[in-house]
Design a protein. Structure first.
Length: 216
């Protein structure tokens, strides 16, 4: 004779079916109480007289294990939502910053700097190597925060320091904040940016003029 057995999933009180009388640890009594929603810190409980939120720690001990699993899932969901919200906010801020420079970033600031041409020859981490050509009859004065590096994805990184490079193309020394470029001359300088791109495909694709308010 063959005996067949079937697994029966029992409904969990409070989670899958109402609890006739739920006495919370603060003395509150809820009739026909059932959990209907789970957040990181509280549970939405529907009961005979309406609905209310209840902190996890206020539930009797016999419900704590089952609630802990639901709480972990709720916390994970909240973290994902927060990360997505922060990423979207960062994306919007980056879009606004890019839009503010669009159509203007390649235009030089008024003054001696407009006599120079910038060419990005290479980039390593947060160092952009620039060939700077002064095509005028005047000496040009450049400071690093007048420039901004941009990745192909639109991320912007402001200039921080001028640096000198050795024969291997590595940073050898920090230079003065203002670099003078003689008339009709070309120099190669390293521009140290305020932060490196976060990812491989976020490498610097160009360096542009950063417009500043008049009088600065």
């Amino acid at each position: 004779m063959i005996w067949l057995t079937a697994a029966v999933s029992l409904a969990a009180p409070l989670l899958d079916e109402p609890v006739a009388t739920l006495t919370l640890k603060d003395g509150t009594v809820l009739r026909d109480a059932r959990a209907k929603g789970f957040l990181a810190k509280v549970v939405m409980v529907k009961h005979r007289d309406g609905a209310r939120t209840v902190a996890y720690e206020l539930f009797p001990d016999e419900f704590q294990a089952a609630l802990a699993a639901r709480r972990s899932a709720a916390q994970a969901s909240a973290q994902i939502d927060q990360a997505q919200s922060e990423a979207e906010a960062q994306k919007q801020a980056q879009a606004r910053a890019t839009a503010s420079l669009a159509g203007r970033s390649v235009a030089p600031e008024a003054g001696l700097n407009q006599v120079c041409r910038l060419t990005l020859t290479a980039s390593k981490g947060n160092v952009a190597i620039l060939r700077i050509e002064n095509v005028s009859d005047q000496t040009a004065a450049l400071v690093p925060w007048q420039l901004v590096g941009q990745t192909h994805s639109g991320e912007l990184f402001l200039g921080r320091h001028w640096v000198g490079l050795n024969e291997e193309g590595r940073v050898a020394v920090t230079l003065k904040r203002q670099q003078l470029i003689d008339a009709h001359s070309t120099v190669t300088l390293g521009l140290l940016l305020n932060a490196p791109p976060d990812i491989e495909d976020g490498r610097i694709e160009g360096v542009f003029w950063r417009l500043q308010p008049a009088g600065r």
